[in-house]
Design a protein around this ligand. Structure first.
Ligand code: 13P
Length: 331
């Protein structure tokens, strides 16, 4: 089975009343961890990566390997998705590589880090949709800006919440399959300085936007929970991660009942991976062999992703749908 499109995966999720986790990966060991979790949980899954986010000099080399790994898990219906495509050229590269889904993040000009105008966002998004459609590839756009923080805690963009009326117009004029809506979440390992409440996470916006764009899927970005126990574990073996709160598990589960079908999560699995890696290195101070440390990291990553698959509801849904492989019958 198959590489499938985002549209197909999310349509099935909506039909089945569940959400699908989109897990960020930066190397092949992590790709395998995601696919292992999906196989173990019999779940459809979205594997996603950002341009330049891996240690590979060539994105294309890594992307090819991602697609090759997916082909080795015939029991897992998997979407291979470009996360936060910063410009049209990046999306074109992912299309050429064979990805079944791309995101064009037209909400921000990635050079200046300033928000793009609504019209400029529509223009770039519609242009990517036109190119992707010819290949049967799904497209995710973004409205509003999701906060983000660099590792030193400096915000890269301010949070601008998505506007429901604009969402309706954006979808009508671009034809995106999925829409990332800024509802107050924030990317990265340093999010909120206290547990987020309704003044931070605007969950009501999801429902309002979903009712206006019934044919489009909503995506919650910045959904990591930043588990305190993993942070403490990392700090016990040399890390210095400051206290920070993410999106509570029950809010993510609730979002899937309000209209979210794609839940983006990178930091939780990266924290788990690093806890395993650092834990191994701290225990075995004589080692010069990277593989056992990476294996321990991957195993921790697999475990947390499998847990999240239960929370999002995708577990157990790999076999209850007739998946059409990407490229067949325009899917
Ligand atoms: P986190 O930074 O919360 O893991 O979210 C990842 C994400 O939204 C990628 O697009």
């Amino acid at each position: 089975m198959p590489l499938i499109t985002l549209r197909q995966a999310l349509d099935a999720a909506r039909q089945g009343g569940y959400g699908i986790g989109a897990f960020n990966v930066t190397d092949l060991v992590q790709v395998e961890a995601v696919l292992e979790a999906a196989s173990e949980k019999s779940a459809p899954v979205i594997v996603q990566t950002i341009v330049g986010a891996s240690a590979f000099r060539s994105d294309e080399l890594f992307w090819e390997a991602m697609l090759g790994a997916v082909a080795r898990y015939p029991e897992v219906p998997a979407v291979v998705h470009l996360d936060h495509g910063p410009d049209e050229r990046s999306c074109e590269r992912a299309l050429a590589a064979g990805f079944s889904s791309v995101m064009i993040d037209g909400s921000v000009d990635h050079e200046t880090k300033l928000p793009r105008s609504f019209e400029a966002n529509i223009e770039i998004t519609a242009s990517v949709v036109a190119k992707a459609r010819k290949l049967g590839v799904s497209v995710e756009g973004e409205l509003g800006t999701i906060g983000g923080a660099e590792s030193d805690g400096t915000p890269t963009t301010e949070i601008i919440l998505a506007d429901p009326a604009e969402a309706e117009e954006f979808v009508a004029r671009t034809g995106v399959d999925a829409l990332a809506v800024a509802i107050g979440t924030s990317h990265g390992a340093y999010k909120f300085t206290s547990p987020p409440d309704g003044s931070v996470l605007h969950m009501n916006l999801i429902e309002e936007i979903a009712s206006r764009v019934p044919g489009t899927h909503l995506v919650m970005h910045g959904s990591s929970s930043l588990p305190a126990d993993i942070r403490e574990e990392i700090n016990r073996v040399g890390g210095e991660l400051p206290e920070s709160w993410g999106v509570p598990e029950d809010e993510k589960a609730r979002s899937t009942k309000l209209g979210v079908t794609k839940i983006n999560q990178g930091m939780d699995s990266h924290m788990a991976y690093m806890a395993g890696l650092r834990g191994h290195l701290a225990q075995d101070r004589l080692t010069v062999d990277p593989a056992p440390a990476q294996k321990r990291g991957a195993d921790r990553m697999r475990a947390i992703i499998a847990e999240r698959m239960d929370v999002f509801g995708q577990a157990g849904h790999a076999e209850d749908h007739e998946w059409v492989p990407f490229g067949a019958a325009g899917m």
